[in-house]
Design a binder for this molecule. Structure first.
Ligand SMILES: [Zn+2]
Length: 173
């Protein structure tokens, strides 16, 4: 699906026609998959978790889907992206996720970025930026200390992915 190294992925993205909520809609393939990651994030609202969702796609198939369950499991590593990576590795029986794309609603944190680099994920697409802490974009910029540099696309469904987190914290107050 993606072109040769360095080509403009954005322009090359296929469009898909999806049947969603009873309406046929045409959307960019990244938006299509981000919508599914967003639906994962929505599951967090039922269990009072910070709403972040992630999926992993390989050969146009979703091989893993997860949402943040840190509070529910009381597990510091239970972020959506890390859970999705663990599921994908388990499914593929390989720690290498070379040909996979990770879609996540929020820019991956320090820990999840480490898991992304370690698993050699080819491409990361995220919704909204993590402004508070050092996260994927800044980590990947450090070419000298990272041995794998995934291609990054940001700002897909940015407004929705940002709003769901803002609303969550607003309701907490
Ligand atoms: Zn994380």
């Amino acid at each position: 699906m993606s072109g040769p190294e360095g080509s403009s992925i954005k322009n090359a993205r296929l469009c898909v026609v999806a049947f969603y909520m009873g309406v046929v809609v045409q959307m960019n393939i990244d938006e299509f998959y981000m919508k599914i990651a967003y639906d994962e994030a929505m599951k967090c609202l039922d269990i009072d978790e910070v709403p972040v969702g992630a999926i992993i796609v390989k050969d146009d198939q979703i091989i893993a889907a997860a949402h943040n369950t840190r509070e529910t499991t009381q597990m510091a590593t239970a972020h959506a992206e890390t859970l999705a990576i663990m599921e994908a590795c388990s499914k593929l029986k390989s720690w290498r996720l070379d040909d996979c794309t990770l879609y996540t609603t929020l820019e991956p944190c320090l820990m999840c970025s480490g898991a992304i680099v370690s698993s050699r994920i080819k491409r990361v697409v995220y919704g909204t930026r993590e402004y508070r802490w050092i996260a994927l974009d800044r980590i990947i910029q450090d070419k000298s200390s990272i041995n794998h540099h995934p291609e990054i696309t940001s700002g897909i469904m940015e407004q929705e992915c940002s709003q769901i987190i803002k609303d969550y914290f607003k309701n907490k107050r």
